[in-house]
Ligand binder design. Structure first.
Ligand code: OAD
Length: 249
């Protein structure tokens, strides 16, 4: 059996290797998931304390669930909004904002809806799953940012229609423009960081294999192995905040 010291030394070597790839690359992309915000206190979806352990996605995060019971869906989103409002960006979010400054050609793609990347100073974030701070009227289609807790649930638009959270639910398409941009970047990035995602949800999970096919080095940062790990050029095991600080400086 390999010792912990061995594993730690291997991880250190891999971090140095990935650092070298990152420094020599002109075009870099990062795909982030819930694990990046875990150190800020935002719950992830899968795994030991994941939201989908205690809540049923089909009752809370599908268009059918909203049609059936908008109040229950909104109570869950209002709870999550309150929880996220108390959270601050962590070292990983800040490191990625610095990476954007260092690289001329960089795209940060996130599945997260919490807005912590933007709060950490990332100027351009390609949001594949929308934002929990945006609401959209299901009647007139008007979209607006709303950070305050709603006094009444479910909230309504000035036109009288029901407002829904501006996030992508299961069974819905990703925002077309964001997806196009993310996919196009995979064709030309030289290094792709895949951070804190179980790589279980498609189509987001198809980005890394596509980048790899097109010649990018894929570097995964995660606490555990995922469905992507076997295809990654380097798997850096550990907390994303700590690893990203070391990798990016
Ligand atoms: P998941 O909850 O599926 O996965 C989180 C990943 O982060 C797991 O692989 C953990 O091992 C890892 N992780 C946890 N803490 C970490 C840390 N401190 N450092 C590094 N890694 C850590 O979250 P996502 O992959 O983002 O979709 O989930 C994808 C989508 O599924 C979400 O966007 C959401 C969900 O249903 C929608 O809401 C549409």
């Amino acid at each position: 059996m390999r010792s912990l010291a061995h594993a730690t030394r291997d991880n250190e070597k891999l971090i140095q290797q990935a650092k070298h790839w990152l420094e020599s690359a002109g075009c870099v992309a990062a795909v982030t998931g819930a694990g990046v915000s875990a150190e800020s206190g935002v719950p992830t979806f899968r795994g030991k304390d994941g939201l989908w352990r205690n809540f049923r996605a089909e009752e809370l995060a599908t268009p059918a669930a909203f049609q059936r019971d908008p109040l229950t869906v909104w109570q869950w989103y209002q709870w999550r909004r309150g929880l996220i409002a108390e959270c601050q960006p962590n070292a990983g979010h800040f490191a990625l904002a610095r990476l954007e400054q260092k690289k001329l050609d960089f795209l940060l793609i996130t599945q997260n809806v919490d807005g912590l990347h933007e709060q950490a100073g990332s100027g351009k974030v390609c949001r594949l799953h929308g934002s929990i701070w945006v609401v959209r009227c299901i009647s007139c289609g008007k979209e607006q940012e709303e950070r305050e807790a709603f006094a009444e649930l479910p909230p309504r638009c000035t036109c009288g229609g029901l407002l829904r959270p501006g996030v992508v639910w299961f069974g819905e398409n990703l925002p077309a423009e964001a997806w196009r941009e993310a996919e196009a970047f995979m064709l030309r990035c030289e290094v792709l960081l895949v951070i804190g995602t179980s790589s279980a949800v498609y189509p987001a999970a198809s980005l890394a294999p596509l980048a790899r096919q097109c010649g990018a080095r894929v570097v995964e940062i995660n606490l555990e192995l995922t469905g992507l790990s076997a295809q990654a050029d380097a798997v850096l095991a550990g907390r994303s905040g700590e690893i990203l600080e070391e990798l990016i400086g």
